[in-house]
Structure formats: C-alpha cells, structure tokens
Design a protein around this ligand. Structure first.
Ligand SMILES: Cc1ncc(COP(=O)(O)O)c(C=O)c1O
Length: 384
C-alpha cells in the first residue's frame, strides 16, 4: 500500500506519537490546569511541553502565545472573526483553502471589505499585487503559505515586509508548511500563525492552534468562545491573559500528548532534513509525471518552489476515476477533486472537476514514487 494523502493527514505517525497518547490515557488521564493533585499537574505539564515544543519549532517568543484548539480551521476562524470588524478591509490570495475563504465570505456579508488578489495560473503570487491592493483601512493580509492543491509556496517574507511597512497584520495559514518547511515566526514576520497538528507536525487529528505574535492587540482579538479555563475561577468574565483568554473548555490533552511527541520527532530530524527529502521526492514525481504522455502537471513544476504536494490530470479520464482506480487496482491512496479550495482550482483552470493530488510525506520513498509513476503510466496508456 502506498499512502500519498499526507496533504490531508499525515500517515504513518512517528512511533512515539501513539505511545505518548496511550501513556496519557493509561497513566495520567486527569484534566490539565483544573486541580492541584499530581495527575492534574502532570497533565498540565504535558500540555505545556506541547506548547513549548511548538513555540520552539516555529520560533515564537513565548510558549504562552501558543493557543491550542481543534485544528487550523478553528485557529483561522479565531483570527479572522476575532480581529475583523465592519468597515475593515482584508486582503487575501486566490489560492486560499475554504477555511479562510468561507469565514471571509461570511465576514464580507457583515460589512468587511475583501480583496482577493489573483495568483498566476501556476499559483504564484506577486507581492506587488498585494501591496497595490492595500487600503488605509486594511486590517489584515491572510496568506496560505503552501497551497494544498498544487503545493506552490507564496512569498511569505516579501508580503510580511509589506504588512509591516503599511502597519497591517499578517495572518499565515501554515497548515501545509509547519513542520515541512523552515518557518520562523519572528524572522519571517508573521503576526498570527495558524497551524494544524495532524499534517506535517505528525500529531493526531483534533489538535492545532493559533500563535499570537507581539504586534497583535489582545484587546482587539475577541475570543471565539468563552467559558471555564481552570484559572481565575472567581471571575465571571473571561480571563484577559494568554493562553486562557482563547482556550475555554477542557483542551484535548491526549491529542496534545501525541502532538508533543510528533513535534519532538520533527525537531529531532530537523526541518531542513525533512524538507531536503521531500524536495527530492517532489522532483522525482514532477519529472516522472511530466514525462508521461497524456498527463498534465499543475503548478510551477519546480520542487524548490513548492511543497511535496503535486497536482495532475490524465487527459480523457476524470480525476475521480483516476483516484478510484489508483486505490482499487494499484493500492495507492491519494486525493482527488477540489481539495476544499475551489478558488485555487479556478486559478489553475481545473474547476469544477479538479485534479488528482499526490501528497507526499517524510515517510515516502523514491521506490514508492517509481511504483506510483508506473501505475499512472499504465492508466494514461489505457486512456489513449
Ligand atoms: C491550506 C489549508 N488550510 C486549512 C486546512 C484545514 O485543515 P484542518 O481540517 O486541519 O482544519 C487545510 C487542510 O486540508 C489546508 O491544507
């Protein structure tokens, strides 16, 4: 079996992940931050350790700025709905995931002004177009760091510099890049970084969060929900300090135990080594697919300018048919269709049927790539 669906959720996980989760359930179990007994203290320590590891990986100045939630979707909703008000202007790109587009469209109906900057048909974004879209009331620029459709990397540092020059905030959707691509919140100039635990951080589903940079005004960032935090129980108002202000309700401590193990594994391997391996795999996939007659590959066709996610189609076959046959006849798991990103597919010209997507991860090998290329070659030859 070949698993090429890492852009959706990474699999397998490093061995320590399941072990940490089983340990938590069997040996710890208690609610973090809600009591003073030993088990609760240990649970709180594990959650803090996860915060500390995420902060270290992404170079955030203070682990308490890491606010945990269910996934990147929740984190993006917190940043967008918590920050933007009627009369504000927000700029985004035409390759965003619906986790950005849908909250933005809803905010637009409530009077937030939205500009979607068009990317090239290869999925590249010109920073000059972002700068030209800014207005005096632009409160935020939102960027998908690495496209989940064809892997294209957007120009983070250039856009961050523009955000600073124009005194606006940069929110980064790092769903596809956190853990897979070198990311340094401070050097890259990210104000709000949304991440998900179950992709390249190698944690379980149900984990993710928002990292809140120092330029963000907490008085302005409204929580998505309010409730019990275990802190300041005498107050009927929401705590006004991090991370409790944005972390109401019992956190997914068992999931965070797994996330801590996943991020520790990434730190041990080193993001540079992970990236180097994935670049080699992406090069092999891109050049292999480009050599097959009847196959169209999308994006910049340069592994250095993208993640290890590659989109393609076989002429005369629908992506759905290719995906089904790869699964049933060749034991290859990938994802087809629109990948929750219709705007990105409109940009590529692949809307509404979409593409086949090979989402490679750190555990994939060159031999698996070669097997998959043989399978695509057979399907393409049959379709001719
Ligand atoms: C770029 C991007 N943003 C947002 C998401 C949503 O992720 P989650 O389902 O973990 O919230 C994904 C996942 O596919 C993604 O790739």
């Amino acid at each position: 079996m070949i698993y090429f669906d890492n852009a959706a959720t990474s699999w397998p996980k490093p061995p320590g992940v399941a072990k940490a989760m089983v340990h938590f359930l069997d040996q710890v179990g208690a609610n973090p931050g809600r009591a003073a007994h030993r088990r609760a203290v240990e649970s709180g320590r594990i959650v803090y350790e996860a915060r500390e590891k995420v902060a270290r990986l992404l170079n955030c100045s203070d682990p308490l700025r890491v606010v945990f939630g269910q996934n990147v979707t929740e984190a993006l909703n917190l940043a967008l709905r918590g920050m933007l008000r009627t009369g504000d202007h927000v700029v985004t790109s035409s390759v965003e995931h619906n986790s950005v587009m849908r909250p933005l469209r809803a905010l637009q109906r409530q009077g937030v002004d939205l500009t979607v900057v068009q990317c090239s048909p290869q999925g590249f974004l010109d920073p000059g177009d972002v700068e030209a879209a800014l207005q005096p009331n632009t409160a935020m620029i939102v960027l998908n760091h690495g496209s989940n459709v064809m892997g294209t990397l957007l120009p983070l540092r250039e856009v961050a510099a523009i955000a600073r020059q124009h005194d606006t905030l940069l929110l980064l959707d790092a769903a596809q890049t956190a853990g897979a691509y070198p990311l340094d919140m401070q050097a890259d100039g990210v104000d709000l970084l949304a991440f998900t635990g179950h992709k390249a951080l190698y944690g379980p589903p149900g984990t993710g969060g928002l990292i809140i940079g120092e330029r963000v005004d907490l008085e302005r960032l409204e929580p998505l929900k309010r409730g019990g935090t275990g802190s300041r129980s005498e107050w009927e108002e929401q705590p006004d300090f991090l991370p409790d202000m944005y972390e109401s309700g019992t956190v997914n401590a068992v999931g965070l135990a797994g996330l801590e193990a996943g991020v520790s594994w990434v730190l041990e391997q080193g993001v540079a080594a992970i990236r180097a391996h994935e670049v080699e795999l992406a090069k092999r996939v891109i050049s292999g697919l480009c050599s097959i007659s009847g196959v169209t590959v999308y994006g910049g066709l340069d592994a250095e300018l993208q993640t290890a996610t590659v989109a393609f189609n076989i002429s005369a076959l629908l992506p759905s048919e290719v995906g089904l046959r790869l699964d049933e006849e060749y034991d290859i798991m990938c994802r087809i269709g629109l990948h929750c990103a219709p705007a990105a597919h409109r940009t590529l010209g692949t809307f509404p049927t979409g593409t086949v997507r090979f989402g490679l991860g750190v555990f994939n090998t060159a031999a698996e790539v070669d097997d998959a290329l043989d399978s695509v070659r057979s399907l393409a030859a049959e379709a001719r």
